[in-house]
Design a protein around this ligand. Sequence first.
Ligand SMILES: Nc1ncnc2c1ncn2[C@@H]1O[C@H](COP(=O)(O)OP(=O)(O)O)[C@@H](O)[C@H]1O
Ligand SMILES: [Mg+2]
Length: 633
Amino acid sequence: MTGQTLTHYSVGEKLGEGGSAVVYRAVDLALGREVVIKFFSHEGAGGIARFQHEARTISSLNHPNICTIYEIGEHEGRHFLAMELLDGQVLSKTIGGRPLTTDRLIDLGTQIADALEAAHAEGIVHRDVKPANIFVTRSGRIKLLDFGVAVMLPRRVDPTTARSLFSTGGTIPYMSPEQARVEDLDHRTDLFSLGIVLYEMAVGRRPFVGANATDVLSAIVNEPPIAPRAVNPAVPLELDRIITKALEKNPALRYQTASDLKADLHRLKRDLDRASSVRAQAAGQAPISLSMRSSRWLGTAAVVAASAMVGGGWLAIAAVRARSRSAASADVMKGSVRTADVELRPEMERPKNRAAAVVERPTPAPVRPDAPAPRSAATVAPPPAQPGANDPLPAADHFLIARQQIELKLYDQAIDSLRRIAQGPHRQEAIDASFLIASVHDTRGDTANAMSTYIEIANRFPDDPRAAEALAKLAESTLNSKRRDKEQDARRTLTELVQKYPASPWAPRALLMRGEIEAKQGRYQRDETLGGSVPTAAVTYREIVKHYPSSEAAAAALNNLARIYSDAKQFEIAAGTFEELATRDADNRYDAWFAAGEIYEKRIKDKARARAAYLRVQPSSPHYSEARKRVAR
Ligand SMILES: Nc1ncnc2c1ncn2[C@@H]1O[C@H](COP(=O)(O)OP(=O)(O)O)[C@@H](O)[C@H]1O
Ligand SMILES: [Mg+2]
């Protein structure tokens, strides 16, 4: 075809080829502009009908996100379409097996929803929404292509047509369940397919996979997808919820209109923008407390004084005791010290393409050879039979049965029993069942499904007090997984927990977990004014003491903090921190008086203060007799 002239078009290079057509670049000799010529491969009555259909359908739509059609033509008995030439690439290339950033996903997803909104408003259902039919221009604009199998509503789909479309193939992985089952369709089929496209943009791979077409179709119809965030933890919870809702198997539970989906994406964007501007502000204002330059401590005075600024003044005592006041400390006290964005030390830096690294395939659970095949995804997905209200067995019996099944290691059966409750009408029971499902997945080492289940709990019941617990467990499961960036991912979840549920008892626990991750990672935080860096874990522990002073986590945080100070040879502050801990640690879990005494005796070599600390060691302490001995010396 290349090199030929048809009517007034000079045909150039081939641009692409889909299931039914070949697309060439061409020049419109009459108007002197570049165009695209699309030739249909299947001529004959059906092919021509399809082609005329596509032409008429597109020309009835005039929308910036839908490719414009210029002309229907015929050359030596072959039909073609002349269309707007697009500069860029199809979305499948843009994705290329890697997740897109959330910003980009929202931008592109919104435009696709926009195009579908316009088509649906004209009563047109696209029926073939997939990345190969979505063009991304160089300027970032989406153009929906290929209305070749689109239908006009309210006409009902005649099953023979549907079957013949089905057999043209190529689009099976993007079909909706109703399409896969060759049932009647409406515009909501496009919203399911859009859900698949969003999923692929979010994690870099499709939600429904299988060894062959039958397996893929069966996954579309029966299997709940692994939550996007369980595959790529960079996916915000709200985006996970949006995608999961678009992928509801039952059209009645799915997004009902493209406009609703678009509105949810808009709202997510607004919330993310707001959160990032709050973060940017906070980064410029937070006072710092302890500081290091090139990994070496700055003068004790500055450190002590800065420490005194936070934590309800408890460190001020240490500062006085330190007897090392200086002019520098006064400056720090006035609050001239600021922390900037969190960063890693150079040697801790991670590869730039970490997003790609995250997208490991979830490892399948180890299964006994005689066990039935594991379900590919988690939890609260609909079981085959409709559960809930008209289930003859009460939930308590299902729980009992499930627990026995767990004891017998009949995990698949247990999950089935629990799913009935998870899908039932009783909220608390549903939540309990979902947690138990997740713990079964955890027990058998199936972290992908465990994570997926915790995400679903957090998404389905965001207002329940246990949503925060689900996020904490999600972080734990992440740490138990084999992901490459698991610490980073868990840390992100914990931060989200604290931001979303600051009043939950899980918030201080989450911060404590986060601090431990940060300490393990050796994370440092840049300190602009001093030009050095501070251990991020120390900042996190101090946050716990400041915001959750009476929590159990506060005592653990003080203990960890004292050890950080001690490891950094900041013995005055370390001892002061142990003293502060001792006055809170009623059940003497941390044996803090003894720890303080040891520092006074061995590090600071202050016998009087060591003696005073040893004297306060409680009889319940394992070091009580040792402390008495030392007092007597
Ligand atoms: N207007 C266009 N500008 C540039 N490339 C296009 C254009 N239309 C289609 N293509 C390319 O041709 C491929 C096939 O086009 P499509 O309309 O999807 O045909 P089919 O019906 O055969 O699937 C697309 O995936 C894309 O790469
Ligand atoms: Mg196509």
